[in-house]
Design a protein around this ligand. Structure first.
Ligand code: FMN
Length: 215
């Protein structure tokens, strides 16, 4: 299942694992990615996003890599750079409050980075599988901020040198809940009437595969 009628670069965005381990991002390209984040909306325009910028081989990259989860340790280091997205939970010296809206804001900014990457012909793959506490301690993240995710950015490459498991991930079917399960009308759980996906649903594709002669 892939989107059909939504706008670019939303349509062609996905999260590959087979990054080209020789590709590098220029500082100008990193600047554009961060500028995309900079212009995200946020509650009260508080701009709660902070990023560590970690090109492959940089000191921050060297801090992150040993703390990646087993599932992420094969593919993340191949990407040209990782942006480590952190949320500012309070002003300096203040107790961290409710993280809901800071985290919401960082999610929006991360989404803009990912789409900007695609618009630049690059790909981005976010990941939460790493030891957040160890990375936060090594990078001296203060108590009023929280490390949330990594955003691996790069150019797609051949899967040479990747484990079979990692290489296979890029060929998995992408699945999404149908609109009826995520968009409600009169009350919680009641689908908003009449909404239609522009592409076939997972169920429709499976049905067609079982009955190739069907309508
Ligand atoms: C908050 C967050 C955490 C994620 N963590 C991981 C991760 O640790 N490892 C990984 O391979 N992918 C991770 N992903 C990527 C998702 O698995 C991926 O976005 C999802 O399967 C949908 O696939 P798509 O991005 O190709 O549409 C994460 C994505 C988000 C937004």
């Amino acid at each position: 299942m892939n989107p059909v009628d939504i706008a670019e670069p939303l349509r062609s965005r996905w999260s590959p694992s087979s990054f080209d381990p020789t590709h590098e991002l220029t500082t100008a390209e990193l600047s554009r990615l961060l500028e995309a984040a900079q212009w995200a909306p946020s509650g009260g325009n508080r701009q709660p996003w902070r990023f560590f910028v970690a090109p492959r081989g940089s000191a921050v990259h060297d801090v992150l890599v040993p703390h990646l989860s087993r599932g992420n340790s094969g593919w993340v280091p191949r990407a040209s750079a990782v942006l480590i997205a952190t949320a500012l939970l309070a002003d300096e010296g203040e107790e961290p409050g409710d993280p809901t809206f800071p985290a919401y804001g960082v999610g929006l900014a991360a989404g803009q980075v990912v789409l900007q990457a695609r618009a630049m012909g690059l790909h981005a793959h976010q990941f939460a599988g790493f030891d957040h506490d160890a990375v936060a301690a090594a990078l001296e993240v203060p108590a009023h901020a929280k490390v949330l995710t990594g955003i691996a950015v790069g150019r797609r490459g051949a899967p040479d040198g990747m484990s079979e498991r990692d290489a296979e991930r890029d060929h998995r079917e992408r699945r999404r809940l149908p609109l009826a399960e995520i968009a409600f009308g009169a009350r919680w759980g009641e689908p908003f009437p009449g909404l239609q996906a522009s592409g076939p649903t997972v169920a429709e594709v499976a049905e067609a595969a079982e009955d190739p002669g069907g309508a």
